[in-house]
Design a protein. Structure first.
Length: 454
């Protein structure tokens, strides 16, 4: 960043972009940016002193091209006027992933990659480093509930980064220690097929210098990386790191090479979060953090907003909000919570994300959602995509086998819930990566009020 004093972000309200914006704002740079719509996150950035506007207007771009770096994401439309202006007028223009790679250079990078679980696992990892007193800087894909931010700062030269496979972004990182949680088919609009996804993850693995900690069973071998390979699992004793469940729900012994951390818990429920905790602990143990410090940090973890986020738990009424937007994530979210609330009726409210993802996985979505007793299906959130003929939520809906199912528009959700009878034990879970998060507070308030009248 030598010679640069302004950093301008196109798409500053994105979760990854905002963490980098916060980093440079804290470092004393003049940070500003554009986003399409205001949000709680852009409001928080503005409160931190970052100037943001919401119209595509080249007059609002910093004029000092020679001293301005412009950061953008691949999600920005190619015909956006501001993006074309900076590309044609002498600005230094780079992708978000390249910017994160530059920040990580010269630091001890702990990276978490995978098509599922990387946000919770990376946030857990950063919490272990912070709560243990070791310290780290962290760039997270969600808002940590322990710290109220997607950015942590430390004088330690350790950086924890969520390594995003979208657009092969993670190939900008060269970690000392890395976890790969999964390599399932996703982002097929980028990769084309599953084999190319595997190629990208293996390329990422080849860039790990110290230890690669892979989910047990993943197709990764010694030919794919120069790093030492270790494996982790929820409960498979063949893995190097695994959880041994104890009789008390949510308690486990964490086995690792050379020892056991007895009677652990993770501060948020669900077997999937125990698995994420094992992965995060594997990074911390490999780095050298004391087992007792790890046990304390796992128990004090409060979770990540929109990642298996318990919004309500009151007298038989539970409401969880989750970012899950892939069939395997949805199946894990619903099945993970079922053991904690027996005899409850489970209602899944899902907003599909992207036409291409719906086209590629509609059968898997239907199968995963059918784990719930009742499904409320919303319209597809298009994000960066144009409609695809014949691809609507209906192709998922027709294949759902739950006892009850409804297909409605997002605007109809609160009215639908208003007219719904609640039983003694109800679990609701909202799922999706679109704008369904804007309904969380209204849904929580409505459910709390209805349940209170019983």
């Amino acid at each position: 960043m030598s010679g640069q004093k302004n950093i301008y972000f196109i798409g500053i309200g994105g979760i990854g972009m905002s963490a980098i914006a916060r980093y440079y704002n804290a470092a004393g740079y003049a940070v500003s940016g554009y986003d399409r719509t205001p949000s709680a996150l852009t409001h928080a950035l503005e409160e931190e002193g970052i100037k943001i506007h919401y119209t595509d207007d080249i007059s609002l771009v910093p004029k000092d091209a020679e001293n301005t770096t412009v950061v953008y994401t691949p999600a920005i439309p190619k015909d956006m006027e501001e993006l074309n202006y900076v590309m044609s007028n002498g600005y230094r223009v780079i992708k978000r992933s390249r910017m994160l790679g530059e920040i990580a250079q010269g630091q001890r990078c702990m990276a978490v990659a995978g098509t599922h679980g990387k946000t919770t696992t990376s946030t857990l990892t950063s919490h272990i480093f912070t709560a243990s007193g070791e310290g780290c800087s962290a760039f997270l894909g969600g808002i940590s509930k322990n710290y109220g931010s997607n950015l942590l700062l430390s004088r330690n030269n350790v950086i924890v980064a969520e390594a995003d496979e979208f657009d092969r972004s993670f190939l900008q990182l060269f970690p000392e220690i890395a976890v790969i949680t999964s390599m399932d088919a996703d982002h097929l609009d980028i990769y084309g097929d599953e084999s190319h996804i595997h190629e990208a993850f293996k390329a990422f693995a080849s860039q790990v210098s110290g230890t690669l900690i892979a989910k047990h069973g993943l197709d990764l071998g010694r030919e794919d990386t120069k790093a030492e390979i270790r494996t982790y699992s929820y409960d498979n004793p063949e893995a190097d790191f695994y959880a041994e469940s104890l009789e008390q729900e949510g308690h486990f012994n964490l086995h690792f090479p050379g020892g056991v951390i007895a009677d652990c818990t993770v501060g948020i429920p669900g077997w999937v979060n125990i698995e994420n905790g094992v992965a995060a602990a594997a990074i911390a143990l490999t780095y050298g953090i004391a087992p007792e410090k790890i046990r304390e940090a796992l128990a004090s973890f409060s979770g990540v907003r929109r990642r298996f986020d318990k919004v309500l738990d009151e007298n038989g009424l539970v409401y969880i909000d989750d970012y899950a937007h892939h069939p395997n994530e949805i199946a894990a979210s619903i099945s993970s919570i079922k053991g904690y609330y027996p005899d409850a009726r489970y209602t899944a409210i899902f907003q599909p994300h992207l036409y291409t993802r719906t086209r590629d996985f509609y059968e898997g979505f239907a199968e995963a959602l059918s784990i719930a007793d009742r499904v409320i299906l919303l319209d597809i959130y298009p994000a960066r995509e144009e409609p695809i003929p014949g691809i609507t939520s209906e192709i998922i809906f027709n294949r759902i086998t739950s006892a009850e199912k409804l297909m409605i528009r997002k605007e109809e959700l609160t009215g639908c819930l208003e007219g719904m009878e609640l039983g003694e034990k109800e679990v609701f879970i909202t799922l999706g990566a679109g704008d369904i998060d804007r309904l969380v507070e209204p849904v929580a308030e409505l459910l709390r009020r209805k349940h209170g009248k019983k």
